[in-house]
Design a protein around this ligand. Sequence first.
Ligand SMILES: [Fe+2]
Ligand SMILES: [Fe+2]
Length: 236
Amino acid sequence: MVNNMPAKGGSAPGGKLTLDQVKNNPNIKCFLKQTDLFLDAIGFTDHGQRHINIVADRAGTLAQKIGLNKNDQELSAIAGYCHDMGNFLGRTYHHYWAALLFSQVFMEEMDGSSDLATIMQAIVTHDKNEVKIVSKVSAVLILADKSDVHRTRVRKKDIKNIKSDIHDRVNYSVTENKLSVDRGKREIILRLKIDTNITKLLEYFEIFINRMTYCRLAADYLGYKFVLYINNFKLS
Ligand SMILES: [Fe+2]
Ligand SMILES: [Fe+2]
């Protein structure tokens, strides 16, 4: 089971950049803090420590569950942790900003390593599905990021306010979220429990159809089938 717990970090082999190093970098901390403030100011759902730690953990765990090597597991977790940090420079191109910021911070450290390009490409690919998926790390990050829908992403506290915005309403309606892998059946499975007193299923798809389609494409790339259950009803 790929759980919803924050990542603990870990060591990559061969003296390579690790998630712990990335987390402790002062520039990365600063970008993430600014991004959280910016997205809060424009009323977006959580893209801060909650989201990035869940995505980093899901990406690393998913990479491990589908049999990627230790290095790709670490690259997936690092890309997951940094994928949204460009938002403070503007939402529309946040995936490009994040990739470029990452390279500025770690260019010297990762000089000459293809790992740098792998992480940058995964970060860019997480957001725009016109970008072709050409690496397993990118595909893993897409699944980890786009599957993170849950009521704990909603920042507003007042239920009236929450219900007035479709993104908040849909996120808030999701009370359970589990991503798992069945290697035997070659399935990557997302199970959601949605409170239909808060949102109608049609609204969920209004908001998330692109994300679910992107998950399907990412799973396809990995040689898996993406399977979605909502309230124990199999949808794909
Ligand atoms: Fe993003
Ligand atoms: Fe994200």
